[in-house]
Write a protein that binds this ligand. Sequence first.
Ligand SMILES: [Zn+2]
Length: 175
Amino acid sequence: MVEGLKGFHHSATFMTATSRVFVPSVTEENGNTIGLGVFSTEETAWKVLRQFIKKSHLMSLTRSDLVIWEVDLIGEEGMTVLSSMHCRDCPVCKRRTFWIDLETFSAMCTGQACEAWIEESTLEPGIMDLGWPPTRFLKQTDSIEKALSELADIGAQLEAAGNTPNQAFTSIPEE
Ligand SMILES: [Zn+2]
């Protein structure tokens, strides 16, 4: 009897675990939403979404969403938004490839040879880490606005050095 209950409990847990699906999508400037598939794990859904937004310089995207759906549940109750990101012009390379998540204070440029990023410090909440990999630039600020303006400064220096968005960064300003 006890064994039977245990068995029931286990299969119920298993069913709960498999009745959620992860659905990434992106939205174009004209409001059109492109579904990227339905996945059984969060990891795969993220992988698919990250892969897709690498192409964002070729498209006019405004946002991305990663949503969990509970299978067989009617209506919006079955839906949980896991992440929403907005696509903006990158403060460094100026391409429309800068994905920003205002909920988690994180941002990343998916433009080739740029990859400017901002992330809230895991050690000090409220502190923003930011960086620009091509020069190994790293800095901390106490707000996302300041982090964005630090990146904009790098963009201004690049522009002054004669780089345009679609070129590789050939001359990189020194500190
Ligand atoms: Zn960029």
